[in-house]
Every structure is written in structure tokens, then in C-alpha cells.
Design a protein around this ligand. Structure first.
Ligand code: ZN
Length: 473
């Protein structure tokens, strides 16, 4: 059985604010305070005037914050941009920079003009406006714009820890760990005892597979301020570190490999060569290159089960690092090569979509990339579509790790068939366009519809037609 990305199946729920103009804002949590709606986003707390809000839907949608990052469910810095005492306009700027759910670019341009007058307070005002815009864009899933605004804010106030952390956090979300650390190092110089700086630095080191540094940053952060999420991350990192203490390390252009000293020495070399080969193939199919080195760990069977605590049917997994049991292997077998290609596809898809790809696309594409096709399952899927049509959509929405073994097998089969159909019709390009839209913040079904011109139920019926035509009845 192929591995599953436990990561993409985050169970965190969120709320949706529905505005009177029909716009929906997915948020981590929301509270009403007087005539204001205050809501938490991955970037911090924002407010909306109650008058423009129609209603609030509770627990409607999985949050984009934890999805895909797996155990990397890092949260944004908690600090607020503290205005200098000479600024009297903080509230005003925050309200005017984003009005009626839109960033007011002309207002921000006006503040930028004032900043060119050279007054320090005007610089602060322009930075705050960009910071506010950045948070708004992040909350609406536009990572590109969010980063552009965060960088603008920093141009006006290059020494402000909060603005440095904004940029660092956005790089983290894009799996750009080395870049993130550059900004965190700058933040550390001005705010060495800020728990958010060390917390984010821990995540960046963790992403770079530097467990020692990650552990020491998180310990420092916890000493400064308690944090349940960091507590859990630290525990996991310490477990990994203990297991990997005796491991050897090897690396190639795109991978850092750790492997048990008990495994065959030639194997690590062979695994790296295989991974580089797959990397090149997936890179050109998906038009994307992960920014930093990808971590891979080869385990003995028992260590894999102990460390990952994954369900028994999981053969390998990818929770940010690719974890593969290889006990008894002396070289890369065709099966191991397929597993590596499958798991590596998950890394590409997750990084390319900033962790937003739904499980069915992740698993469908990973299976397709490893070379699987639907001939063995087509008949069963066609029968199921006729006899139990209501069960053909479970894989689009359900939390896969919570499914029974049979249901998981079916979910894999449907996901592969859907992806196979999309690629058959429009090439990998179409799938890539769907990923691009998801990366830009579009919901998976809307992204699929925009490219294939059908919603999920249409995708199911088209997939069944395709299976009939291709594999017969
Ligand atoms: Zn998988």
C-alpha cells in the first residue's frame, strides 16, 4: 500500500465570515466585540466592521493554516506591531488600509508619498499600512501579494521585529527555510528574547533537517513563553533526534539523507541516485523546483513503526520529511523506487501548493507519478458508481487516516482514476493548472471546475465514462 500524507488531512476546523456582498472569508476563529468582528488568521488578528458582515458559519471548512504542513503546523508570530508613541493614527491606518474587504492601494500610495517626506513617523505609517495589507492578503490566501506587502513594510521599517517576522513567516509557509532564517537572524539581532523569533527559527531549522538547532530554538522559545504547539513539536523532534543520533548522513544536490548504520552502505548512495532521477522527472512535469533540500530518512521496519506511529497500512510517509522503511534491502528495488517517487511527488505538490492540495489530488497524482494506472480497479469503480453512487465522493472530502482499510483502498482508487482522467484529457498541464490555482488560494473544487469545467460530481461521471471506454466493463 502506498503511503499517505497524513499531513494533508489536517483535522483543524475553522469559521467562515460571510460578508453582505457575498464574499466568504475563512478564518481560524471569530468573535464579535461590540460593532466589530474580530477574527484570527494565520497572520494575526484582524477586525471588520460588523455592518458589512451578513453572518458567520462555524466550523465550516478545514483551515489552510495546518493543512499540508503536517506536523509543521506552525502558527504565526503572536506579537503585534506596536506603534511608537508619536503615532496617533494606528487604528485609522489599519481601518483605511483594508476597507470593505479590499486593500485600498491609493490610500497606501498616499502614505508612501508622505514617507518620502523623510519623517520617521511617516515611515512607520507606510510600513503599518503594508503590514495590514499583507495580513489581509494572507488571510485570503494570496501568498504572493502578502509577501510583496510584507517586504514593502520592511523597506520602510527595516529594524522592526514584527515586520521581519512577517517576511520570515511567509517564507516558511513557502518552504523557503534558508530565506526565512535570514530574516529571523536579523530579527534576533534586535529582539534576541522574543519567543516568536525563536519559535519560527525552530520551524525553519526543522524544515532544513537541522534537528539540533530546531530543538535548541524551541527550548529557548518555551523558556520565554509556554506554547502547546511548540511543546508537541519539540517532543517529536526529540524523538527523531534520539533515533537518528546513531544514523549516518549523506547528501546530494536536492536531498539530505539520514540512514541507520545497520543498513547496507551501498543503499544510501543508490537511494540518492534514484531520488535525483525522480526529482528531475517530477520537476519538469510540474514546472516547479522545491527551494530547499528535501529530508529523507531510511528506517528499519521497527524504528519506522515506533517513530511515525502511523497506521499499519502505511508503507512510507511524508510529513515534511520522506520516511521510508528499508529493512533487509541492499539496493533500490523497483518497489522501493516507486515508493520514493510517490513520496517525492508529495513533497513537490505540498510545497508548490503551500500545503493546500486536497488529499485526493495528492494521492491521485503520487500514484500516477509512480506509474500506477486504473486497470486493476476500473471494474470495481464502475460497479460502485452504478450501485452506490453516494459513496463515490467520500475521497474528495473525508479525513483519510480515519477511514477503514477498505474505504482507504477505495479512496486511493478513486483518486487515481480522477487524476488519470484529468491527465488523459488535458495532460499533466491541466493538473498543474489546478495546482497553481490552489496555490493561489482557490478552493480545490473551484480550481478543478475552472480547469475541467465540471464540479466534483461531473468529474466523477466523466471519470466513470473514461474508465468504461479505456478498460471496458
Ligand atoms: Zn501517498
Amino acid at each position: 500500500m502506498a503511503g499517505v500524507v497524513l499531513a494533508v488531512c489536517g483535522t483543524a476546523r475553522a469559521d467562515t465570515i460571510v460578508l453582505k456582498n457575498g464574499r466568504r472569508i475563512v478564518v481560524l476563529s471569530v468573535t464579535q466585540e461590540g460593532d466589530k468582528i474580530r477574527y484570527e488568521t494565520p497572520a494575526g488578528t484582524l477586525t471588520l466592521p460588523g455592518a458589512i458582515v451578513d453572518h458567520i458559519e462555524r466550523n465550516g471548512w478545514p483551515t489552510v493554516d495546518t493543512a499540508g504542513a503536517g506536523t509543521l503546523s506552525f502558527r504565526p508570530p503572536e506579537g503585534e506591531a506596536v506603534a511608537p508613541p508619536s503615532s496617533e493614527k494606528k487604528g485609522e491606518i489599519e481601518e483605511r488600509a483594508v476597507r470593505g474587504g479590499e486593500v485600498d492601494r491609493s490610500y497606501i500610495a498616499q502614505l508612501e508619498n508622505e514617507a518620502r517626506s523623510g519623517q520617521p513617523i511617516a515611515n512607520w505609517n507606510a510600513a503599518l499600512a503594508h503590514h495590514t495589507a499583507s495580513q489581509h492578503e494572507l488571510a485570503h490566501g494570496d501568498m504572493e501579494l502578502a509577501l510583496a506587502d510584507a517586504q514593502q513594510a520592511l523597506q520602510f521599517m527595516p529594524q522592526q521585529p514584527v515586520f521581519l517576522m512577517d517576511v520570515a513567516y511567509l517564507h516558511l509557509r513557502r518552504s523557503e527555510y534558508t530565506q526565512s532564517l535570514e530574516y529571523l537572524d536579523r530579527a534576533k539581532r534586535v529582539a534576541p528574547e522574543d519567543p516568536d523569533v525563536t519559535k519560527l527559527a525552530g520551524w525553519a531549522y526543522y524544515g532544513l533537517n537541522k534537528l539540533d538547532q530546531a530543538v535548541s530554538e524551541w527550548k529557548h522559545s518555551l523558556a520565554l513563553r509556554p506554547d502547546d504547539g511548540i511543546e508537541a513539536a519539540l517532543k517529536k523532534a526529540l524523538r527523531d533526534k534520539q533515533e537518528e543520533e546513531q544514523y549516518r548522513e549523506n547528501e546530494s544536490s536536492h536531498f539530505t539523507l539520514r540512514y541507520s548504520g545497520a543498513s547496507e552502505p551501498a543503499l544510501s548512495h543508490d537511494v540518492l541516485r534514484t531520488l535525483e532521477h525522480h526529482y528531475e522527472a517530477i520537476e519538469s512535469e510540474l514546472n516547479y523546483s522545491p527551494p530547499d533540500s528535501i529530508g529523507v530518512i531510511l528506517y528499519t521496519q521497527q524504528a519506522f513503526a515506533d517513530i511515525t506511529q502511523a497506521p499499519a497500512w502505511v508503507g512510507a510517509l511524508n510529513d515534511g520529511r520522506i520516511r521510508v522503511p528499508v529493512q533487509g534491502l541492499g539496493s533500490v528495488t523497483p518497489d522501493l523506487s516507486r515508493v520514493l517517487r510517490h513520496e517525492l511527488t508529495h513533497s513537490f505538490v505540498r510545497q508548490k501548493t503551500l500545503g493546500r492540495a486536497p488529499t485526493w489530488i495528492q494521492e491521485g497524482l503520487a500514484q500516477w507519478m509512480e506509474g500506477k494506472r486504473s486497470q486493476g480497479t476500473a471494474a470495481a469503480l464502475i460497479r460502485m458508481a452504478a450501485s452506490a453512487p453516494d459513496q463515490t465522493a467520500a475521497h474528495f472530502v473525508s479525513d483519510w487516516p480515519k477511514m477503514s482499510d477498505d474505504a482507504v483502498s477505495l479512496a486511493y482508487a478513486w483518486a487515481l482514476a480522477n487524476v488519470e482522467y484529468i491527465i488523459h484529457e488535458g495532460g499533466v498541464t491541466d493538473l498543474d493548472r489546478i495546482l497553481g490555482r490552489i496555490a493561489a488560494g482557490e478552493a480545490p473544487e473551484a480550481a478543478t471546475r475552472a480547469v475541467t469545467r465540471g464540479d466534483y460530481s461531473r468529474l466523477t461521471s466523466d471519470t466513470v465514462d473514461y474508465l468504461r471506454k479505456t478498460y471496458g466493463n
